[in-house]
Ligand binder design. Structure first.
Ligand code: PEP
Ligand code: MN
Length: 255
């Protein structure tokens, strides 16, 4: 992937403690990674750990002061309003990246989030948009149109392929979600937007994350969003797919 010229976003599935996110930020900084993911609010298949919530906003603010851009998922416009308030208090709002996840398919919410970014955040702040969970190219392109309808500049948008839900058939690698690299490349071309790959939510296991990145090699992705955790087995969500920092280092060497 020639990682030097690509957008690399790495970090835990979810922010769990101040110590965890700060350790993560320092470890990533050592590897030259400039954007760290850490979700405060988690969409979950079944009720369980739904993220640390507003308590974690000040931790993310601290990370922005380490010179790292912090990326986090927003489920509702009011969460973004809270985040902006908290980061403004003791962080750097220009060092934030937001994303809309694959389960968030209400276009009123999508536009509401984009509108706040446009009106309340520095122009450098980007919005990453993941594909919806089911394989439908028109819907994927439609998300972009809905969001652009908020008035946000398309220059502030980045797309990300995280695979599509599988019914269990035609899944020889036992991936968590099935990738459609060709569709991702068509959506990249038609939308004119950068397209990242999320091997973590496609693969579902550490071994599969490596496999996905090998398969993605011949496609023109503009970077990746990947999950890493200081102690993956202790992670409160997506434990099986999070890499250690050492595993991330070896992955970055081979792609
Ligand atoms: C995530 O990135 O942690 C996440 C919830 O992913 P997705 O929206 O792709 O399911
Ligand atoms: Mn996750």
């Amino acid at each position: 992937m020639k990682t030097k010229s690509k957008i690399i976003i790495a970090g835990p599935c979810a922010a769990e403690s101040r110590e965890q996110v700060i350790n993560c930020a320092l470890a990533l900084k050592k590897q030259g990674i400039k954007i760290m993911r850490a979700s405060l609010w988690k969409p979950r298949t079944q009720p369980g750990f739904e993220g640390i919530g507003t308590k974690g906003i000040s931790w993310l603010a601290e990370i922005t002061m380490l010179g790292i851009t912090v990326a986090t998922e927003i489920l509702l416009p009011e969460q973004l309003t809270q985040l902006i308030k908290g980061i403004n208090k003791n962080g750097d709002l220009s060092k934030v990246l937001l994303w809309i996840g694959s389960r968030n398919q209400n276009h009123l919410i999508q536009r509401g989030i984009a509108k706040i970014i446009k009106e309340k955040m520095p122009k450098t702040v980007k919005l990453l948009v993941k594909n919806q969970a089911w394989a439908d190219e028109r819907h994927w392109l439609g998300i972009v149109d809905h969001i652009v309808g908020s008035g946000i500049s398309p220059k502030r948008l980045i797309l990300c392929h995280r695979g599509f839900a599988s019914s269990g058939q035609n899944n020889p690698n036992n991936f968590r979600n099935l990738p459609d690299f060709e569709m991702a490349m068509r959506v990249k071309e038609k939308s004119g937007l950068p397209m990242l790959i999320d091997p973590s939510h496609i693969g579902g296991t550490v071994g599969n994350v490596f496999k996905v990145m090998n398969m993605a090699e011949k496609f023109d992705f503009d970077g990746m969003m990947i999950e890493v955790h200081p102690k993956p087995i202790e992670a409160q969500s997506d434990a099986k797919q999070q890499l250690t920092f050492k595993e991330l280092k070896s992955l970055l060497k081979i792609i």
